[in-house]
Design a protein. Structure first.
Length: 176
C-alpha cells in the first residue's frame, strides 16, 4: 500500500474512533438531556432520553429513578413502580426511590407498604424531611394520628416548616 493510501485508511480508522468515542452520548449525557426536557415540561421527551440512558448503561439506578419519576408524572404508575423497583435493586441505598415508590403504594391504597418504604428511606437518610412528611401524612390518614404528627413535627424540624403549605397541613392534621 502506498503512503497516501495508508494515510487515508489511517484517517478513516481514526475518524471512526473519534465518532465512536468522542461523540457517542453516555448514559449521563442522556440523563442530563432528559432532566433538561423534564424541566421544560417535555415529560414524554424526557422518558425517551431516560430510556436511552438505561440502554447505554443498564446499571444506572438514577436513570431508572428519573424515568420512574417521569412515568409517575404521566400517571403511568405501573411503569413508575417497575422503574423504582429496578432503581432500588441496583442501588438499595437510593432513598428517593423508596419515597417515590411509597407514594405510589399509598396511591394504590397499600398503606403498610407505603409506610415501610418511607421508613426505609428514613433509615437510609435520617435527615430526609420529605420522607418524614409523607410517612406522617399517610399515618394520619390511616388513623395513626399521634405517630403521624410526630413525623410531621420531625419534618418541620428538618426544614419543611419554612413552607406555608407544610404549616397548613400540620395545623389541619395535628392542630398545632
Amino acid at each position: 500500500m502506498n503512503r497516501p493510501a495508508v494515510l487515508i485508511v489511517l484517517s478513516l480508522v481514526l475518524t471512526g474512533l473519534i465518532v465512536q468515542t468522542g461523540f457517542a452520548q453516555t448514559s449521563q449525557d442522556y440523563l442530563n438531556q432528559g432532566d433538561a426536557k423534564a424541566e421544560k415540561g417535555d415529560v414524554e421527551g424526557a422518558i425517551v432520553d431516560f430510556t436511552k440512558a438505561i440502554q447505554a448503561d443498564p446499571k444506572n439506578s438514577l436513570a431508572y429513578y428519573a424515568r420512574g419519576y417521569a412515568y409517575a408524572i404521566t400517571q403511568n404508575f405501573t411503569k413508575a413502580e417497575q422503574d423504582f423497583n429496578k432503581a432500588i435493586e441496583i442501588d438499595p441505598k437510593l432513598a428517593q426511590a423508596y419515597v417515590r415508590r411509597g407514594a405510589i403504594k399509598s396511591h394504590n391504597k397499600d398503606t403498610n407498604g407505603a409506610i415501610a418504604d418511607f421508613t426505609k428511606a428514613i433509615q437510609i437518610q435520617p435527615t430526609y424531611a420529605e420522607a418524614y412528611y409523607v410517612r406522617g401524612y399517610v399515618k394520619i390518614e390511616s388513623g395513626q394520628k399521634k405517630s403521624g404528627c410526630e413525623d410531621l413535627k420531625k419534618a418541620g424540624e428538618l426544614g419543611l416548616s419554612q413552607f406555608q403549605q407544610f404549616n397548613t397541613v400540620v395545623t389541619e392534621k395535628c392542630g398545632n
